[in-house]
Design a protein around this ligand. Structure first.
Ligand code: URP
Ligand code: ZN
Ligand code: ZN
Ligand code: ZN
Length: 495
């Protein structure tokens, strides 16, 4: 046949505007966009629906082996090895259920170890999934061997972003180690993505809270107020500016951190800001529940307040924050000895793993709170959830757009459908969603990944092992500005 699949009768929203058109797909790619496309071995009726690029979620923690999960500064990370409950298989189902077709997740590095053996292990895990994927390489131990011998090999294997944490036990880097990573990234043409919170500040606050007997989950928010995020954001940008190395600040939760990004952007610094649905739909007050229940909302940075949510929306509207990712990092609530309960239910907030699931909820929440409530346009929604993340991570134009030659990754979206979010609808391996009971308007009714219909009316069907690794080569978007003088070694050894 002329086309393997024709998507007919929909309103296509590409991020550059909307138009009524049909989409002709062959060999997994979009090969025709026209008012009316006849034929096709199969057709998908999109009458009355929006057709969006499949979601691109560039911040997902999937099947990441860790010691004690993401425990807070000063916390005692369990020595026991845990792999997150979400596997690439279950995460793929959840992604497709929520209209997402590509993810970028994290290859761990444990302190005292090199990178490459874990990378090989992680590559094998990810290859079992169905969602298309790429990786950020975490650097938690910036030794010369890692930076000089292993990172070039990581880059050769198609990874173009290094991830660093300025907090967490035992992941946090010193300023000196962070500088070394920036220099290495610059030399090899990588983006650096950064978790910006001040380790020592959180640790100090936490000690004081625990000494005073204030140990409940709600004190998680008190242990890390906006100032610790603002300070680390400022510092990360300053060091990146010094090295002339582009960075993306992950999960910006508050206006004061976003203002640091805006000020740097106005100076011409190549810094981008990401936020997540939890900073638009959750608040610190959610953690104020009896006993262990508040743990369900514990993520870092902490959810803030309703007023802060409004300010984050404003920073999205201004364009300071131009990517919305899920930061999906699921820990079940009700499994004794595992997930959020890895240390039991009687431990202080410091020893409860940080992170919440949100892979399937990301698009519906942002669409409903953003587009349906009139805070952002449909085009802006598409840019935040697909076009911008694909571009920043070097996945464009293959991903993140509806364009001829690009992969046929689509979300067919019913903008009027009203749904009450439940955990079952998330179709993930985690036993809860922090968004239980949230009412949304707008819902994905079908998902197409490279021309294959992988979800229809909530039913996911995809063969394990069909997700493809998205190898990333060099790309201009993240090139340094070239501010360092000729002959200056941009990558001096920082001994
Ligand atoms: O609390 C969070 N965000 N957990 C996931 C790890 C991270 O910091 O992104
Ligand atoms: Zn330390
Ligand atoms: Zn983080
Ligand atoms: Zn994260």
């Amino acid at each position: 046949a002329d086309y393997d699949l024709v998507v007919r009768g929909g309103t296509v929203a590409s991020g550059l505007g909307t138009m009524r058109c049909d989409i002709g797909i062959r060999g997994g790619r979009i090969v025709a966009l026209a008012e009316s496309i006849p034929g096709g071995a199969a057709t998908l009726d999109a009458g009355g629906l929006l057709v969006l690029p499949g979601g691109v979620d560039t911040h997902c923690h999937i099947e990441e082996p860790s010691r004690g999960g993401y425990t807070s500064a000063g916390g005692a990370p369990a020595t026991e090895v845990t792999v997150q409950e979400e596997s690439f298989g279950s995460a793929s189902v959840s992604a497709f259920a929520g209209g997402t077709t590509s993810v970028v997740c994290f290859v761990p590095q444990w302190k005292g170890e090199g990178i490459l053996p874990r990378l090989a292990d992680y590559e094998a895990r990810a290859a079992r999934g169905m969602v298309d994927y790429s990786f950020h390489q975490i650097i938690s131990d910036a030794t010369d061997d890692v930076l000089e011998r292993e990172v070039p090999e990581v880059v050769a294997r198609g990874i173009r972003s290094l991830k660093v944490f300025l907090t967490y036990e035992p992941l946090h880097l010193s300023d000196e180690a962070f500088l070394k990573v920036l220099v290495t990234a610059r030399r090899h043409g990588c983006l650096v993505t950064v978790h910006c919170e001040n380790y020592a500040a959180i640790n100090w606050r936490t000690e004081a809270l625990l000494k005073a007997g204030l140990t409940a989950p709600k004190y998680h928010a008190w242990s890390r107020p906006p100032v610790v995020e603002r300070e680390a954001t400022h510092r990360a940008i300053a060091l990146a500016e010094l090295v002339d190395q582009p960075i993306q600040v992950f999960h910006v939760s508050c206006a004061e951190a976003a203002e640091e990004i805006a000020r740097a952007q106005h100076r011409g610094v190549k810094v981008w800001g990401e936020t997540c649905p939890q900073y638009l739909a959750l608040a610190a007050a959610d953690m104020d529940r009896p006993g262990f229940d508040g743990a369900a909302y514990m993520c870092s940075p902490s959810p803030r307040s309703a007023e802060e949510q409004g300010r984050v929306w404003e920073m999205i509207r201004r364009g300071t924050l131009d990517v919305v990712s899920s930061d999906h990092c699921g820990f079940s609530m009700h499994r004794p000895g595992a997930g959020k309960q890895a240390g039991g239910t009687a431990v202080p907030f410091r020893d409860i793993p940080n992170g919440i699931p949100g892979l399937a909820a990301r698009l519906p929440i942002l669409f409903s709170e953003g587009v349906s409530k009139g805070r952002i346009s449909l085009d802006h929604f598409v840019r935040l959830t697909a076009t911008n993340p694909a571009r920043l991570m070097g996945l464009a134009p293959r991903k993140g757009a509806i364009a001829i030659g690009g992969d046929a990754d689509l979300a067919l979206w019913d903008p009027k459908k009203k749904v009450t979010i439940t955990n079952a609808l998330m179709q993930h391996a985690i036993d809860y969603t922090p968004y239980e009971g949230l009412e949304v308007t707008g819902w994905p009714v079908a998902t197409v990944r490279r021309g294959t219909v992988v979800m229809r009316d909530g039913v996911v069907q995809a063969e394990p092992g069909t997700g493809r690794f998205l190898a990333r080569g060099p790309y201009d978007f993240i090139a340094p500005r070239g501010l360092l003088p000729d002959g200056f070694d941009a990558a001096p050894r920082l001994e």
